[in-house]
Design a protein around this ligand. Structure first.
Ligand code: FUL
Length: 695
């Protein structure tokens, strides 16, 4: 009898299975290694090597191993912080563009083995590999394809060298989860003393096919990252966001490391892509990738980090958050503080899933079979899913909370084993007995998290409006996240008037101008005030109702630009004075033949020790300078070169504020000579120019 029951049961299951087969996959699907990578979601980048000691973003390659000398290097501290922050792994810059190796490579003298650190006996990659093991983190390595130190760069011999180094990294440090190939390659460098410009053909020089084979052979489980994969793609910016529409598929063969003219395709993927190629959002916790003391007050604060999280993990991408480890060899206290705040905030945002176990109904269920039931999306099992009949590409799920429920987060996942399918969806809430639209969105993919306005809904309806084939949804979660106040914006105009603005309604703003921390006993901001001398303005938002404070916003202001006048040929150009109007959204750019001299009469003699350059942020032809010289003068006729061979390194990928210091000098006139543009369209320009003065 028992056997009969079991037999009938199996028979019924197989009948129901044959009657209702699972949906067929649509388009490219992830490989095993990509699936494992999708699980990680959030992991750390560490930029630490020669640049940490030379205060650069891109070293030229002429640095000496003697300069690498961390005093308290502790990879266990890195691992501990990453673990506490909820990250799953760490990717280290084993070699950056300057060619200095953090491991004692047998193929070069330009490495830790010739540095004073641990008398040349140290190996940072080994120490990190051990620390990751101890803390249960995965390890990834960045090996820069560009090497501004190596004499053979540009010749076929360098490719052998590059592969030899790769082989060392792939065989000596255990299992790697990711191998990171940067897209910056070719250009000026030291190159063993040649000091020249070496252009390479990005599509042929590296013979990537064979390098990829080597990685597959030695680390079959590692995902390879580059502008075009082959496993994980760059997201097309270094600001910390993926497109709202984000397909995990791309016409991979149209891309290669360094061939990325169409950034939008990287940000959004391509709906008709040929390969599964999900995006990774790489962004630094500070403006730069490497540590600079002058960025200690610019560590991204909680609201910004939350934006980054929701714009990466929440938009079907992974988040690779960088720590610029400092010259001691530690993740700086200020970075630790903020990343742990993020961890805490994420914990509270996703503390209590309001949809879990709630009643869910669907407008269509595939074959009316239990295997594809609506309730599968709230059962906490990532493998079960809701699917509709073939041909039913528009369908909805309704979650009944049972009572009016405050909500503001919606998380949804497709079963990507069957491809990425949803093209458009919407959310409606039953609010005061009326159905109201709360969101209209496009793609989902591995994970999509929406930050909704605060609403009180008794039911929530999720409707797939368009899909490539029947939708296959594995998970839905709903949350009510606590409010986070955003720090205020501090701006100074050309005449020295400072304005502080907050984002939220019904709040008060407090500030100080002497660098002390503001609180409710500080100056209350009511109208713009003047600041002409170098000062640090700090401001905070206070919400009287909740008693909550925002993070402190800090703005270091140097002398005001009230007396500045553009002189020379450019004086007559349209928009020219926007270059020092305190507004980085406005600026000037030109396509004139280079070099172009931008000259200013400062109206007074100042003690200069540097300048700042903020490049245009526009999407098309922003007019960014790559190479420059900077001059000063007391009379506007006799010029002294304060910076020669200047390079705003990495400005093409990361157009952030550049701070350049030089030997102290008195000047009444300054000249920024633009020598070459960052983009091939030939435009150069300035959004905002500033000075660094000293006593
Ligand atoms: C860029 C590099 O040029 C930067 O220096 C940094 O390593 C970043 C992650 O990628 O393209």
């Amino acid at each position: 009898m028992r056997d009969f029951v079991i037999f009938t049961f199996i028979l019924l299951i197989s009948i129901s299975c044959t009657q209702t087969p699972a949906p067929e996959p649509v388009g490219p699907i992830p490989s095993e290694r990509q699936l494992a990578w999708h699980q990680l979601e959030y992991y750390a980048f560490v930029h630490f090597n020669m640049n940490t000691f030379t205060n650069m973003e891109w070293g030229l390659g002429d640095e000496k191993p003697a300069q690498f000398n961390p005093t308290e290097l502790d990879c266990r501290q890195w691992a501990r912080v990453c673990k506490e922050a909820g990250m799953k792994g760490i990717i280290l810059t084993a070699k950056h563009h300057d060619g200095f190796c953090l491991w004692p490579s047998t193929y070069t003298e330009h490495s830790v083995k010739n540095s004073p650190w641990k008398d040349g006996k140290g190996d940072v990659v080994r120490e990190l590999a051990d620390a990751c093991k101890e803390y249960g983190l995965k390890l990834g390595l960045y090996l820069s394809p560009w090497d501004r130190n190596h004499a053979d760069y540009g010749k076929p011999e360098y490719i052998t060298y590059f592969r030899n180094q790769l082989r060392e990294l792939l065989t000596n440090y255990g299992e790697l989860f990711e191998v990171w190939f940067d897209g910056a390659n070719g250009g000026t460098g030291y190159y063993g003393g040649a000091n020249e410009n070496r252009k390479i053909d990005r599509s042929t020089y590296y013979d990537w096919e064979n390098t990829f084979k080597l990685v597959r052979e030695l680390q079959p489980n590692a995902c390879m990252f580059s502008d075009g994969g082959p496993d994980v793609r760059w997201v097309g910016n270094e600001e910390g966001w993926a497109g709202k529409t984000n397909w995990s598929i791309l016409k991979r063969d149209d891309f290669a490391p360094g061939i990325t003219e169409d950034r939008r395709d990287l940000q959004e993927g391509q709906e008709d892509g040929t390969h599964w190629l999900p995006a990774e959002v790489d962004v630094s916790i500070r403006p730069g990738w490497y540590y600079h003391t002058y960025e200690d007050h610019k560590v991204k604060t909680l609201p910004h980090l939350l934006d980054i999280y929701y714009h990466s993990v929440g938009r079907n991408a992974s988040l690779l958050l960088n720590f610029p480890v400092d010259p001691r060899g530690l993740i700086h206290e200020k970075d630790v503080e903020q990343v742990l705040k993020l961890a805490e905030a994420l914990k509270s945002d996703f503390a209590h899933d309001l949809a879990k176990g709630k009643k869910v109904t669907a407008s269509n269920i595939r074959g009316n079979a239990k295997a594809f039931n609506a309730a599968n999306v709230v059962d906490g099992d990532p493998e079960s899913y809701w699917a509709t009949d073939d041909g039913v590409n528009t369908a909805s799920l309704t979650i009944d909370f049972g009572e009016p429920t405050p909500i503001n987060r919606f998380l949804v996942q497709e079963n990507i084993l069957l491809g990425q399918r949803v093209q458009e969806f919407m959310l409606e809430g039953l609010i005061d007995n009326n159905w109201q639209t709360i969101a209209n969105e496009t793609t989902i993919g591995a994970k999509r998290i929406l930050r909704l306005p605060n609403v009180v809904a008794s039911q929530l309806k999720f409707t797939v409006l368009a899909a490539k084939a029947c939708p296959v949804i594995s998970n839905i979660q709903v949350y009510k996240a606590p409010k986070v106040l955003v720090g205020p914006d501090i701006k100074r105009d050309k005449d020295g008037l400072v304005t502080i603005t907050g984002n939220d309604q019904g709040i008060n703003l407090y500030y100080t101008t002497d660098g002390t921390e503001p609180d409710t006993s500080s100056n209350k901001f009511s109208k713009p005030f003047e600041v002409h001398k170098p000062s640090t303005v700090k401001a905070i938002v206070f919400d009287g109702e909740s008693g909550m404070f925002s993070p402190v916003s800090t703005r270091k202001l140097d002398v005001s630009k009230a007396k500045w006048k553009v002189i020379g040929k450019l004086a007559k150009e349209k928009n020219i004075s926007t270059v020092f109007d305190g507004d980085s959204h406005t600026g000037w750019r030109t396509k004139s033949a280079l070099p172009v001299d931008f000259m200013v009469n400062l109206g007074e003699t100042l003690n200069l020790q540097g300048f700042t350059y903020f490049p245009g942020q526009g999407r098309s032809s922003p007019g960014i300078i790559l190479n420059y010289e900077f001059y000063t003068s007391l009379d506007g006729r006799n010029w002294k070169k304060a910076v020669q061979n200047g390079e705003f390194s990495n400005i093409k990928n990361s157009p952030i504020l550049q701070e350049v210091t030089f030997a102290k000098q008195k000047a009444r006139y300054i000249k920024l000579k633009a020598l070459s543009p960052a983009f091939e369209d030939g435009h150069v320009g300035i959004a905002e120019l500033g000075l660094i003065t000293g006593s």
